[in-house]
Write a protein that binds this ligand. Structure first.
Ligand code: FMN
Length: 91
């Protein structure tokens, strides 16, 4: 339960043309579950569950734009199309 001090966090808000059902956002977390830069089912499940938790926005962590910029172990690479179009779940 949110106490009185934080009651406003439950209020919806519109920022520019974006509507948020509340003011709670999950901050970026590196879960390091990518495989060779590719998004995996584990990553999708993790962030889907966060999205269903009631927050108004989810941010992802450990996501590099380029291959050269990938500085985390098992981080995602999201720039080149080959990483956006598909994902593999290497076992
Ligand atoms: C396990 C863990 C992983 C995190 N991964 C990222 C990340 O990938 N990118 C990022 O910008 N911040 C990352 N952070 C920072 C958090 O998003 C957040 O800014 C930080 O924990 C401070 O917020 P807090 O005071 O509520 O903990 C991470 C934090 C934790 C604890």
């Amino acid at each position: 339960m949110l106490n009185k001090k934080f009651k406003h966090l439950k209020k919806e808000i519109k920022i520019n043309n974006k509507f948020f059902k509340n003011r709670i956002i999950s901050s970026p977390i590196s879960i390091n579950m990518a495989s060779k830069g590719y998004v995996t089912k584990n990553i999708i499940n993790f962030f889907s569950n966060l999205a269903k938790s009631g927050v108004s926005m989810v941010t992802i962590g450990a996501a590099a734009v380029s291959e050269q910029g990938n500085d985390t172990l098992n981080g995602m690479i999201l720039g080149p199309n080959k990483y956006l179009n598909t994902y593999f779940d290497h076992k």
